[in-house]
Each structure stands twice: as structure tokens, then as C-alpha cells.
Ligand binder design. Sequence first.
Ligand code: GDD
Length: 333
Amino acid sequence: MTKRALISGIGGQDSSYLAELLLDKGYTVYGFARRTAHYNLQNVQHLLSNERFHILYGDVTDMSSIINAIETAEPDEFYNLAAMSFVGQSWNQPIQTTNSVAVGNLNCLEALRITRKTDCRFYFAGSSEQFGKVRAIPQTEETSFYPRSPYGVAKVYGFEITRNFRESYNMFASSGILYNHESERRAPEFVTRKITLGVARIALGINDKIVLGNLDAKRDWTHAEDMVRGMWLILQHQEPDDFILASGTVHSVKDFLSHAFKVVGIDDWAPYVEQDQKHMRPAEVDFLLGDASKAQKLLNWKPEISFETMVQRMVESDIAALKAGRADNVTRL
Ligand code: GDD
């Protein structure tokens, strides 16, 4: 019998790649989408004609809409990828962030319990932002949390409540603790896509600079396609558990700039980059580096797309989109 999956936050980068992966594996996929005034399903537009792909409207902050979605989808696997995912914005909207990330995840778990679908395998999208001011380098599943933003705090709640449902109700509820992951479908407010779009504009003579915040922050970046394969493997494991998914390599924002500019033949990028206080955060996470050896050992997971290939794909995709007259909605960033 074909498996059925429910994916919340279906408009996002990760859910679009995950939906593709599951459809390729023969699943029937239900995407749970928030209705907004502006159309937000561009990332899954190409899947809408697939007869095994369905959209259900609702919101993880609205429990009745989740219950309806569960009763319609009857999922074997539920991936909760819905969240206000922009760390910088979480200081401006701390309550909405907490509602979508923390309470939203509790709602999903409660909805499974209330509908007696406790045999459905559940995935929570945990984040390396839970580590914040890091207590160990590299971080493992045993490293303690010290979040540094309303977003990070809410993710810690989401992670802990997932573990508590697993232990209280014997549910197959697992979390991935994912480090930064990027792609051609990344939203333009995140630093990587902001850079690749900026570089593409500079290469095409549309703009002459990119305005950024802290260039010294260091992150462990992986391509989103590799990450969604890891999410799926986490739910195929014989037991529910928590796993770090990361590349195990670290690059600064400056390194990212340098690689992105190299793709268009610019070696000295400094004249094209300005820093502005408005892009600095009230509290910064300076350094994140994950140790994914547990996932490698138990799930046989490791990233296949290198940092350099990822940057190159993103820059080339943005150049092609701009040439084709797409990607124009992001000029204001
Ligand atoms: N967004 C942004 N814009 N970030 C900037 C800028 C800028 O103009 N200039 C410098 N940065 C720095 C940020 O201060 C941060 O240290 C780093 O670039 C990365 O920022 P983001 O790309 O916004 O990602 P993030 O690390 O805060 O969070 C992402 O990764 C998490 C996993 O670690 C998001 O995808 C989260 O949702 C995810 O949980």
C-alpha cells in the first residue's frame, strides 16, 4: 500500500524538496499550507498537477485545521516544517514566532494524540540555533542548549515537547537538529540567497553593491536536497530518536561572499559589499559546527553536494532567473 505523508509549511524551501523526494518514492503527499494574501506556493507549483499531491489549507496555530488535515490525509508520516524561520525577524515578532514554532509543534502532536493517530511517525524540524552560544565544538546530540534568539528559544521548546510526547505516549516522534541549509529555492531574506542574488545583479549590471550585517559569523552550510533525504531517513529508522544533520565544515559569511563572487569571475569582492547596522542582530550566534556522526552511523546519511557546488548552483540559478525576467520581486532587500 502506498504511504501517505502530511507536510506542514508546504510553501517553504525544505517542504518542496521533501515533497519531490516522497512523490518519487511513491507516497501520496498532502501539503498543509497557510492561506496568505499573496500566492505562496511557487516552490511546489510544478507538483500541483501530480495526482498524488494535494494541498490542504490551515495553520499550525489553528488546532482544528490540523485535526481536519490529519483526518483527511490519514498520514503514516507527518513532517512539521511550518515555522517563522527567519531568526532576525524573531526579535520583531517574538510572540508570533513562539506561536508558530513552539505552540504550533505542540498543536501538531496534540492533534495526533486527540485523533488517536499515535501510530503516525512525526518529525520536528529542530535547529542548530538551539545551541546558540555554543557549549562545545563541534556540537553533538549531547551538547546542552543556549539559544540566543526568540526563534532559538522556541525551537528548544519544540524539540523538548517532541521528546516528551515520545516518552509519555510512546509515539514515534523524532527531531532532526538541522544546521543551515540553502538552495536555489531559499527565500531572499537569508544571507546566502541575499548574496547570490546580489552577485547575480552585479554581474548583470543591475546593481553595484550588496548591503549586509555581520560578515564574521560562521555557519555549517549544507544543500537542502541533502537535508530532506536525512529527514526522511530519520522517520525510516527502527526507533524514534534525535539526530544532528550537518556537513561538519564551517565557513564564514566572508567565505560565502568570496566563493559567490568567484563564480562570476570577481576576485576582489570588497568594493561591492557594504555593512549596515540595521542588519546586525541584538544577539548573534557567532559559530556553529555540527557533528553528524550519529546520523552517518545509524542512518547512513551524509551530504553529497559540496559547499562550492551549492554556491555555484545558487549564483547560476539567480543569473538565469534574472535573465529570464524572474526574481524581480526581491529588489528591496
Ligand atoms: N539574514 C541575514 N541578512 N543575515 C546576515 C546578513 C544579512 O544581511 N548579514 C550577515 N548575516 C549573518 C547573520 O547575522 C547570521 O549570523 C548569518 O549571516 C546567517 O544568517 P541567516 O542566513 O539569516 O541564517 P541563520 O543562521 O540566522 O538561521 C538559519 O539557519 C538556522 C539553522 O542554523 C535559518 O534557516 C533558521 O531557520 C535555521 O533554523
